[in-house]
Design a protein around this ligand. Structure first.
Ligand code: ZN
Ligand code: ZN
Length: 269
């Protein structure tokens, strides 16, 4: 399994995941040109992609879709209501738009979508499976529902939102109260602390890789997110050296699982 977060945050989100021979993107919120370039940097040609899973219709998750479908005819998968609410729906060829309900399979990967709580039409996260390995992507969520918590269980790789520090957000003079309330609401974004507790409560495999995602530029700091989360999970008994490896993703730089790190299920070649 390979996982690379190509871009993360309110200016655009895209995550590359490879399991077996199948290569997918979760979200395409940056330009097709940038996606092509970022993929090339990790040795993947954009033409090798077999599909794009979309979590929800906010622009920071779909900005690259028009070009990706026009130029590369890439199939897109999302909930029907998400397609309906896309600002660019009329520009997407019908044969590229695949409405999903819960589960689907693309190549070697089995995919489960799960509902998340966010101010969008029908937002979802995704768990991807192959031969005992599981990767879960959960960003843009106001809080961790029972369904999300269950989806995180037993993941080998988790891409999890750590959007803001509640104090930084509340003290930010540039943010109007209504926007603060929206972010803090049950349909807003996940705080560092809530992300940490989701990791604490998650049923864990021996080794888990965590990529913290969708950090706010203004209401969070990479070090603060990392320190807050590491402190809580280690205090709750998680060994950050042996059991959980945490990394922070970046808005405009690719963050991958360790170079050469080839995650394989035990007993599977
Ligand atoms: Zn977003
Ligand atoms: Zn959103």
């Amino acid at each position: 399994m390979r996982v690379s977060v190509l871009a993360s945050g309110s200016s655009g989100n895209a995550t590359f995941i490879q399991m077996g021979e199948t290569k997918l993107l979760v979200d395409a919120g940056i330009s097709a040109r940038r996606i092509k370039k970022s993929l090339a940097e990790i040795g993947v040609a954009i033409e090798e992609l077999q599909g794009i899973l979309i979590t929800h219709e906010h622009r920071d998750h779909i900005n690259g879709l028009v070009t990706l479908t026009k130029k590369y005819q890439l199939p897109i998968y999302s909930r029907a209501n998400t397609f309906r609410q896309m600002y660019c729906r009329d520009l997407l060829a019908d044969h590229c738009c695949n409405a999903i309900v819960d589960c689907l399979a693309i190549g070697d990967i089995r995919i489960e979508s799960f509902s998340i709580s966010h101010d969008a039409a029908d937002p979802v996260g995704y768990s991807l499976y192959r031969q005992g390995l599981k990767c879960t992507v959960a960003t843009d969520l106001g809080f961790v529902t029972t369904g999300v918590q269950k989806a995180l269980d037993d993941s080998d790789v988790v891409v999890l939102e750590a959007n803001h520090d509640v104090d930084l957000l509340q003290q930010n003079p540039a943010y109007p109260q209504t926007l603060k309330q929206r972010i803090l609401s049950n349909r807003g974004h996940l705080s560092n602390q809530d992300a940490a507790w989701a990791l604490v409560k998650m049923r864990k495999k021996k080794q888990c890789k965590v990529l913290l995602a969708h950090l706010s530029d203004e209401n969070n700091k990479p070090d603060l997110a990392y320190d807050t989360i590491c402190k809580i999970v280690s205090k709750q008994g998680c060994d950050l050296i042996a059991n959980m490896d945490i990394k922070v993703t970046k808005p405009d730089e690719t963050v991958s699982l360790d170079d050469g790190y080839n995650l394989r299920s035990e007993g599977v070649g």
